[in-house]
Design a protein around this ligand. Sequence first.
Ligand code: SAH
Length: 194
Amino acid sequence: MEPIFLKIGYGIILLGTSIIRYPHGRRNKANQIITNRKENLEKLLLGLTFLGMMIIPLIYMFTHLFAFANYNLPVSLQIIGILLIAPMLWLFYRSHKDLGQNWSVSLEIRQDHHIVDSGVYKYIRHPMYSAIWLWVIIQALLLNNYIAGLAGLISFGSLYFLRVKNEEQMMISEFGTEYVKYMQKTKRIIPFVI
Ligand code: SAH
């Protein structure tokens, strides 16, 4: 498929996720943070993830700087990438909506924080991370370039594996058995699987 169509597909993700997240970021700014578990490594990986999923793709989309690192993929895989955009945006939207006031870009507990275990959180504990895993997979399928295509998988992958354990630890120390019970009923990112 022509790279321009694939780049437009990735552009839709960047625009769509920003529009979905914007009101939550704005509203939650006013919501006081009472526990903050941000370590330096977490901060570094969060920065690298921003670079890997937004900045590096934008450089690839608008310049020829990374042209030496392009790869080819079968059209069927590119089409799968395009078809995954809508379910990914839907899950990104649902998880923000269900988490509501409890959402944070990092590891934080806010005032009046409570456990959300309904909506998409009824099936998995980390639907937002599932959506972001889909996002970085789509990124590799649409941006056929070793730098721009893989930067998301590598940066978000590292952040995920560091964060998910810390996040669950934080939730357990904050909410105790209520979260442990919720963990027993749910998987992390794929319902009934993992
Ligand atoms: N890991 C979740 C949430 C990501 S946002 C997901 O992937 O959908 C990160 C913040 O969400 C954390 O700082 C934590 O305070 C909060 N959080 C995570 N799981 C939660 C839950 N089940 N209920 C309420 N808040 C939660």
